[in-house]
Design a protein around this ligand. Structure first.
Ligand code: ATP
Length: 320
């Protein structure tokens, strides 16, 4: 499949009084048409900043310092704000973790779904509301025509997340970026929502970027997984391979700390140490202070991402 999105050297910083936060440090990756890619890593590793950068939604004091974001053949970083508005919600849609922060509490959900259809697809109000009801049916909301007048607070968390998915689907985007879409939901509902997103992705031939801290259940659904650490991609590969034979010591640590992988009755393993401060540029590998396989070079120089199996790349001095 051809690439839908190609990101090169994306670098995003936040200028704070105490210094620059190097949130995303020159990342390269691509998403093919119709593909599901998971972006995984601990809190603060730069997943959300990456997602927001793709849509140019980074607010001051944040700036995209450099890079290219080629989507459907054009560099999004070179578009005007008007052109970018036509891409957001239309060609690329985003689903956030907590729907209550993205849904407007004072408007009925039908009106909120209809809005994108009116703006981007030029439908009349009546047509847009009819289509909104169809979208609610597609995401499995019962009696959809009656639900159009409901306000967000009248729905359960799982139903609100379905509304967010309906909104994201409204303009038939080519790419959906879902930032921790199921983290706020309980396990059964989480599985239903993931199943639903997968089915809709296939039916609508969209690509999906699934941002998650969960290298287990959520990432398992992706064709490929990118592992981020301290603002860099440290490993990337086909998901089944990355989960069965991880190369980077950080990925190994993440896998060992999954509850479903640890032995029953044994305490859960955690990765010792802390994520480094992103206020200074780290000369060597950002994981080196926590790494069980640390070598001399690790603290001196940044290793490059190196392909060591087809489509499986790792940034680690172990594989020089
Ligand atoms: N508005 C901001 N101002 C300053 N620093 C920020 C801002 N937003 C993010 N950062 C910093 O950028 C880094 C990456 O944050 P990001 O939110 O992308 O992490 P994440 O991997 O998505 O974590 P989480 O899973 O907790 O959302 C963090 O160090 C964070 O403190």
């Amino acid at each position: 499949m051809p690439d839908l999105l190609t990101v090169r050297g994306l670098t995003t910083r936040f200028r704070l009084a105490e210094g620059d936060v190097h949130a995303v440090n020159g990342i390269d990756f691509s998403v093919a048409e119709g593909e599901t890619v998971a972006v995984v890593g601990e809190s603060g590793c730069g997943k959300s900043v990456t997602a927001l950068s793709l849509l140019r939604l980074i607010l001051p004091p944040g700036t995209i310092a450099s890079g290219e974001i080629i989507f459907e053949g054009q560099d999004l970083l070179r578009l005007s704000e008007d052109e970018m508005r036509r891409i957001r919600g239309n060609r690329i849609a985003m689903i956030f973790q907590e729907p209550m922060t993205s849904l407007n509490p004072v408007f009925p959900i039908g009106r909120q779904i209809a809005e994108g259809l009116i703006i981007h697809r030029g439908l009349s109000r009546h047509e847009a509301l009819e289509e909104a009801a169809q979208l609610l049916a597609q995401v499995g909301i019962p009696s959809p025509a009656d639900r159009l007048n409901d306000y967000p607070h009248q729905l359960s968390g799982g139903m609100r997340q379905r509304v967010m998915i309906a909104m994201a689907l409204a303009c038939k985007p080519r790419l959906i970026i879902a930032d921790e879409p199921t983290t706020a939901l309980d396990v059964t509902i989480q599985a239903q929502i993931l199943e639903l997103m997968d089915r809709l992705r296939e039916e609508n031939r969209m690509a999906l970027m699934l941002i998650t801290h969960d290298l287990g259940v959520v990432a398992e659904r992706a064709d490929r997984t990118l592992v981020m650490y301290a603002g860099r991609i440290v490993e990337e590969g086909p998901t089944h391979e990355l989960l069965s034979s991880p190369f980077h010591p950080y990925t190994e640590g993440l896998l060992a700390s999954l509850p479903q992988r640890s032995e029953p009755g044994r305490p859960l393993t955690t990765i010792p140490g802390h994520v480094p401060s992103l206020l200074e540029e780290i000369p060597g590998c950002g994981f080196c202070s926590r790494c069980p396989d640390k070598q001399w070079e690790c603290g001196q120089e940044q290793p490059q991402l190196k392909e060591i199996a087809p489509g499986h790349r790792v940034r680690c001095w172990k594989y020089r």
